[in-house]
Design a protein around this ligand. Structure first.
Ligand code: PNS
Length: 163
């Protein structure tokens, strides 16, 4: 059986925490689709195209992954891709309730596709796209937290005093 997973998220933008999960997931699954989806409770900084490009640039060395976007339900995307798994990262207990809610909803939508969780490396347990954007907005040092293309893109976004 070919093990196909979807690793979904807003990825606004991708951080080293996401990359840790993506790299480890790519070792477990035969094929993994990284899917940029819309989270209706978030207002994105980067366009979907920018987020895809940053993910592609940051995962060049991984040969069994593809980066795409989808504007509907995650489970519809996953079944279109014949995926048997969803992969999500868990950082701390605070992630649990939200993840349990969307996983339960996703199971109602499609019970054939299992969701798997991977604990993020401790080093990144505090890290989120939001906290990185906050630091970058005020020109804080973020080079240890995000891949190089993201660091440059954030510097570009926040270079004008308009933000
Ligand atoms: O990185 P995030 O913001 O935690 O990712 C959340 C995301 C984008 C995976 C989630 O909001 C999602 O799956 N959105 C697509 C719509 C959907 O299928 N929602 C869940 C069931 S209602």
């Amino acid at each position: 059986m070919t093990r196909i997973a979807v690793c979904p998220g807003s990825f606004d933008p991708v951080t080293n925490g996401h990359l840790d999960i993506i790299k480890r997931g790519a070792k477990v699954f035969d094929k993994m689709y990284i899917c940029v989806l819309n989270n209706s409770s978030k207002q994105p900084l980067f366009t979907v195209e920018e987020r895809i490009k940053l993910l592609q640039e940051s995962t060049k060395e991984l040969h069994n992954i593809e980066v795409e976007s989808f504007s509907g339900l995650l489970m519809d995307y996953a079944s279109q891709k014949n995926a048997n798994a969803i992969l999500r990262g868990l950082r701390a207990v605070s992630d649990f309730e939200y993840e349990m809610q969307i996983t339960s909803m996703n199971r109602i939508l499609n019970e054939e596709i299992e969701t798997f969780f991977m604990m993020t490396n401790n080093q990144y347990s505090f890290l989120s796209s939001s906290i990185v954007k906050e630091a970058a907005k005020y020109h804080g040092e973020i080079s240890e937290l995000v891949p190089k293309p993201v660091e440059l893109a954030l510097k570009e976004k926040f270079k004008s005093p308009a933000h």
